[in-house]
Write a protein that binds this ligand. Structure first.
Ligand code: G3H
Length: 539
């Protein structure tokens, strides 16, 4: 099988020209304080998960390089963001909402002009299928427009005075300060922008560190950031996280940490801030979502949703189904049908039509997944599907592991890859107990055609996780729905509207409702002399 797997990779000359990068992207500059700063120091070379066949065997294709800056440059970027915020007196935090929206709209138009190269870079940097890379780009643009609409709504509701108990007040949402924004590699554009854009549009200033895999795709957008926002509002930082991020946190000048990534990193970073109460954290973290397939489930539906849930983008989604509990009485039939469906999945290069399974970007992932599979075998599980767990360089063929038990790594660890651990159960209390004991609490999928069974699961589970999916896989969308988690899975809630709230705080201007105050407030409003105290209505 190894030989056959290797054949999924192309010789360089056979890659369809419409999917190749015109040239390697060697980034030698970064955006800080409104300028593209040239960089001549250390660089990080970027090798795609997509390998090419050479006379020396398979080799990851080099696609470019980016700066590895030091603490000096990241601290300079921090100063720029602090200066642009200027204790809330900067041009950006005091700008009217309508004008901020215009800046974000301008940015989005320029971003759309870069769609082709950004989509190709998503595909080449992280191995996401071309179709899904396009979807990621389009979903991000839709998210930005939805954010603008949501902010207009919030602003319309705030463009009036309220009178309570003899006090007149205007209540608006105000920015929090300097935001350190870090996104994940699996949705390097979309998930990064689902925090970056709301943070920005609410009037905060930003330090933005692109994900380790998925850095280059942000390069074509830097000029759009530079020309759409006042200087110092968006600053990029490049470099090894553990070299440049700790001093940013220790400075005490970061007001908001937003990170989609690991709970371990988030924990460590939060603790470095000298004034914990001044730091707001908005985090999307690890998850180990379970599917619970009861004996009265529609088995075909449960199988197709399990395949989607556990193997979309090779299982590299925080919302992926990462463990499957199946009632022992139907386990064999479930495994048979699951194996058949997995076998139907097309594997190959990301540009191939209909491809589902593609190479993995993390260098150590194939070895880690192999280790998990071997550990499960040593503790009594079997690889159920033919060729499950076979590796060819960066590609791992999905493995269905059964029966998985509590002694195995796959029982607790977030594999974040194409391995499906299946656990048999006799009593519904077993998966419920698993979720109670889990250190994660993002979502669960429950499969049953019996309303009584479903309802007996809903009440205990909604208090363990943040979303219970009935007869379907776990997922983040629709983006207007709250996306969050309990325990180590998240802090704060992201949805189009929730994110705007998360990156802002309510501030109000209040006065006794006297004739003198009425006169003064009228004067301020009619002279347009304050952006906060204003009854202008955004259409
Ligand atoms: O990595 C986690 C993503 O938020 C998953 O989003 O469920 O829409 O694929 P999705």
């Amino acid at each position: 099988m190894n030989l056959e797997l290797e054949s999924i990779f192309y010789e360089e000359s056979n890659i369809p020209p419409e999917f190749t990068l015109e040239q390697q992207v060697d980034q030698r500059e970064f955006l800080s304080d409104g300028k593209m700063i040239p960089w001549e120091g250390q660089i990080n070379e970027v090798f795609s998960p997509i390998c090419v066949k050479t006379k020396d065997g398979l080799q990851r294709k080099r696609i470019g390089s980016f700066p590895v800056c030091t603490e000096k440059e990241s601290m300079a970027a921090l100063d720029a963001a602090v200066h642009a915020f200027d204790n809330g007196r900067g041009e950006w935090p005091t700008m009217s909402v309508a004008d901020r929206i215009i800046c974000v709209e301008n940015f989005t138009k320029k971003m759309i002009e870069k769609k082709d190269i950004v989509v190709k870079l998503i595909m080449w940097e992280i191995g996401k299928s071309y179709t899904d890379s396009i979807k990621e780009f389009d979903r991000t643009v839709e998210y930005i427009y939805a954010t603008i609409d949501a902010l207009k709504d919030i602003d319309r509701q705030s463009s009036r005075f309220e009178i309570e108990q003899g006090i007149i007040a205007q209540i608006r949402r105000s920015p929090l300060g300097v935001v350190l924004c870090m996104g994940p590699f699996n949705y390097p554009l979309n998930e990064t922008f689902t925090t970056l854009i709301p943070a920005l549009i609410m009037g905060n200033t930003l330090l933005f560190k692109p994900p380790k895999h998925g850095t280059l795709l942000h390069y074509p957008l830097l000029e759009a950031f530079r020309t759409s926002f006042p200087k110092g509002v968006v600053n990029t930082i490049y470099g090894r996280g553990n070299n440049i991020v700790p001093s940013l946190m220790q400075s005490g000048k970061i007001n908001v940490l937003t990170l989609i990534g690991s709970s371990k990193v988030a924990d460590e970073l939060k603790k470095l801030h000298p004034k914990v109460n001044r730091l707001r954290a908005i985090l999307g973290l690890d998850a180990k979502n379970a599917a619970i397939i009861t004996k009265d489930a529609d088995l075909n539906l449960a199988v197709s949703e399990t395949v989607l849930g556990s193997l979309s983008f090779n299982g590299q989604r925080c919302t992926a189904i990462k463990i499957v509990y199946v009632h022992r009485s139907i386990a064999q039939e479930f495994l048979k049908r699951l194996t058949a469906e997995v076998e139907k999945l097309k594997f190959g290069m990301p540009w191939e039509k209909g491809v589902s399974l593609t190479p993995l970007p993390e260098l150590n992932k194939p070895a880690y997944l192999t280790e998990c599979i071997e550990d499960a075998i040593a503790h009594g599980a079997k690889v159920i599907n033919p060729n499950g767990g076979q590796v060819a360089e960066s590609f791992v063929y999905p493995a269905i592991m059964y029966p998985v038990n509590a002694n195995m790594k796959l029982y607790r660890e977030e594999q974040f890859g194409p391995v499906i651990p299946v656990v048999p159960f006799d009593d519904l209390e077993e998966p419920i107990e698993y979720l109670i004991e889990s250190s994660h609490g993002q979502q669960v999928s429950i499969f049953s055609n019996n309303a009584a069974v479903i309802s007996s699961l809903i009440d205990p589970l909604v208090n363990q996780v943040s979303r219970v999916n009935i007869n379907c896989q776990c997922q983040r969308g629709p983006d207007n729905f709250p996306f969050t988690g309990r325990k180590d899975s998240a802090e704060g809630t992201l949805s189009v509207v929730d994110a705007l709230r998360a990156f802002s705080i309510r501030s109000l201007v209040a006065a006794k409702f006297t004739d003198d105050n009425k006169k003064m407030l009228n004067e301020i409003v009619s002279s347009n002399s304050s952006n906060f105290l204003s009854t202008k209505y955004i259409f």
